[in-house]
Design a protein around this ligand. Structure first.
Ligand code: UVW
Length: 340
C-alpha cells in the first residue's frame, strides 16, 4: 500500500506528481518518445566517452572527504589472487588469473548524484518541527540511514542510485557550451547568461532532455595530470548561479530530466550569501535533487564532444549514461557515452 509521506510539500516542489512512492523524479519524463527523439540524433555513428579516468582529478583538493580509488587483492594460498598461477591447484593447469577489489568514493570523479545525496531540514509532517527529509518526503534516519542514525546503517534504502540505474539512462543530450561563450573565466551563470549561451548555440531543449554544460573545467583538470591546483581550479570556468530564482524557475518549467556538467558541483559552491537566517548551502542541489527529483551529473568530460558539436554546428546527441546498479548508494561513477 502506498502512503503519502508528507502533509506539507516544499514550495515549488513536484512531490507526489509522479506518485507517492516515486524515487526517480524527472527521469519519469524520459518517455519512449523522448528516447526516440534522442536516437534520431544519431547521424554519423561516432561515439564519445564522457568520463574522466576515474583516478582523476588526483589527490583530494577538490573535496577533502573524497579520495582516490585504492585497489585491494585477496589472499590466495601463500600469495594473492593476482597473477595467481593455477598450477598451484593442479599441475595440469596453465592459467594465470587476477581479480581485484577497489575502495571507490562514488563521487570522486565523473559521477551521478542520487536523489538521496542532498535533502533538507523541512517540516514535511506538519508538526511544527523540521525533520531531515529528501525528495518526495523520504526521511533521513528512517529511509536513508547512516552510521550516526542508530540502528543498522543501510545507506539509502530509498532514493539510492540503483533506482536511476534501473530506469535505463538513455535519451537526448543537449549541450550548452559555456566555454564557447565565456572561455575559462570563473563566471556565475544566471538565467540571462544561460539563455544567451543557448541562443548563441542555437540550442533547443525539450521535455525529458538531459541538459549538458561544457565549461572546460574537466579538460583543465585533465591537463593538470593528477596534480590539481586547487587555487587555479577554484578561480576557473563557469558555474551555475543556484541563487538565481529565474534560473531555478526555468529549470522547473523546461521539463529537463537531468543536468550534467563537466565541473565539480554544477553550481557555484560556496554559493552567494542570500538574505535570511537559514538557507541551503547548495541551492541548486536543493532545487533539483530535493524539490524536483532532477539528478545531477558532475565532472563529466565533455571537451571532445563539445569540440565536435561546435565544428559540426550541432548541439544535440544521443546519451547513454547508466550509473552502477549499486543498492543503497547516494552516488555512482558513470561512463557516459554520447553518440552523434
Ligand atoms: C557536494 O556535496 C558539493 O557534492 P556534489 O557537488 O558532488 O554534489
Amino acid at each position: 500500500m502506498t502512503t503519502q509521506r508528507w502533509k506539507n510539500r516544499p514550495e515549488g516542489s513536484n512531490w507526489g506528481d509522479f506518485g507517492p512512492d516515486d524515487q526517480i523524479g524527472r527521469m519519469n519524463l524520459v518517455t519512449p518518445e523522448a528516447r526516440l527523439s534522442g536516437a534520431r540524433e544519431i547521424r554519423e555513428g561516432l561515439s564519445f566517452c564522457l568520463s574522466l579516468p576515474l583516478d582523476y582529478p588526483g589527490g583530494n583538493v577538490l573535496f577533502p572527504l573524497r579520495k582516490e580509488p585504492v585497489f585491494h587483492h585477496e589472499k590466495r594460498g601463500d600469495g594473492h589472487n593476482f597473477n595467481f598461477d593455477m598450477s598451484a591447484l593442479s599441475p595440469c593447469y596453465c592459467d594465470v588469473v587476477s581479480d581485484d577489489a577497489v575502495t571507490l568514493y562514488t563521487q570522486y570523479s565523473t559521477q551521478w548524484d542520487a536523489l538521496a545525496h542532498v535533502g533538507m531540514r523541512f517540516d514535511a509532517d506538519g508538526d511544527g518541527e523540521a525533520e531531515k527529509v529528501y525528495y518526495n518526503g523520504y526521511r533521513g534516519g528512517e529511509d536513508i540511514v547512516g552510521p550516526d542514525d542508530g540502528g543498522r546503517p543501510n545507506g539509502a534504502a530509498a532514493l539510492g542510485i540503483e533506482n536511476l540505474a534501473a530506469s535505463g539512462v538513455q535519451g537526448r543530450g543537449v549541450m550548452v557550451d559555456l566555454e564557447r561563450s565565456h572561455g575559462r573565466d570563473r563566471v556565475l551563470i544566471d538565467y540571462d547568461a544561460l539563455m544567451k549561451a543557448m541562443d548563441g548555440n542555437d540550442t533547443d531543449i525539450a521535455e525529458g532532455d538531459f541538459l549538458c554544460l561544457n565549461t572546460g573545467f574537466a579538460d583543465l583538470v585533465l591537463s593538470m595530470k593528477k596534480q590539481p591546483d586547487g587555487e587555479v581550479l577554484g578561480k576557473s570556468c563557469a558555474v551555475l548561479d543556484g541563487r538565481d530564482t529565474r534560473l531555478l524557475n526555468w529549470i522547473t518549467d523546461s521539463g529537463i530530466a537531468a543536468i550534467c556538467a563537466d565541473n565539480f558541483a554544477v553550481e557555484a559552491y560556496p554559493a552567494r550569501t542570500p538574505e535570511g537566517e537559514r538557507f541551503p548551502a547548495l541551492p541548486l542541489h536543493n532545487h533539483c535533487l530535493f524539490k524536483l527529483g532532477i539528478h545531477l551529473g558532475e565532472l563529466w568530460n565533455f571537451s571532445e564532444l563539445a569540440r565536435w558539436l561546435r565544428e559540426n554546428g550541432r548541439s544535440a546527441f544521443f546519451l547513454t549514461a547508466p550509473p552502477l546498479r549499486l543498492p543503497g548508494s547516494v552516488g555512482s561513477p558513470v561512463t557516459p557515452v554520447a553518440t552523434v
